[in-house]
Design a protein around this ligand. Sequence first.
Ligand code: SF4
Length: 325
Amino acid sequence: MGETLIEVKNLKKYFTVKSSVFSRNEQIVKAVDDVSFSIKKGETFGLVGESGCGKSTLGRTVTRLYEPTAGEVRFEGVDITKLGSKEMQVYRKKMQMIFQDPYSSLNPYMNVEEIISEPLDIHMKLSKREKQERIEEILEKVGLKKDALEKFPHEFSGGQRQRIGIARALSVQPEFVLADEAISALDVSIQAQVINLLEDLQDEMGLTYLFVAHDLSMVRHISDRIGVMYLGKIVEISPSRELYKNPLHPYTKALLSAIPIPDPARAKEAVYEPITGELPSPLDLPSGCRFRTRCPFATAKCAEVEPEMKEVDKDHFVACHLYEE
Ligand code: SF4
């Protein structure tokens, strides 16, 4: 891991919503608000936060499924937010996605062969024989048998359907994969299998992942680094191991308190307070630090000044006034 594959700079994604069905007044939801981070080639960057924190919107804006409101997304140095649809086509092949619900993201009227063929037809000009070989090869890679090709999504279990989703995404040999809550809908035992599969495929194909999940236990094993997101902002970025050993932001600590500890002796040692209160409305964001309405350490300064992201240890960044000199 060395070179940067993706660099996100000051990215914003705002949505305009009506304040009520009968109202003409419009309000702005700042779903992603001035977010910067980068992902190295071959790295897995985990992105976590409660639902509604903007992590899926961030992933979808990075891949231009959503058009950004402002900011840059550089892919191998090229700012893809400025590209027209024709120039963007090259990057659409390089950036693929795996979604949460493999059932709703797979067309129920297509069999597996047609599902995997679709991106190949769009992005790669292959002969009939090459396409067939490619489909069979990727099917084997994701651990499905050749007889799956004739079957339809409803004939598979949730874990197998996610394997089909992975096969479709990887069939065009992407460089970068956005896994958006890709394992959240699966049973715990199946989650581990899918994570192992994603790790094996990463090694084999040299893939880079942005792995979006709503709890830290899910991203723990797969991520090299983790970004913690709260109400449209990344509040902490750290190497994965360091984040679990030495979390800094009060929100990260609260998220860690929600992870069950199987060993009762160690569970007693758990020092982190669980998060309290509701996530504030994105239409009415708190002033200063957005976490201040739920933070046990909030001071007057936290209501007035928005904390900036600072590197407090090697590769460990946090946005919190507690860590300013
Ligand atoms: Fe809490 Fe203040 Fe830090 Fe925000 S800046 S997390 S309110 S201590």
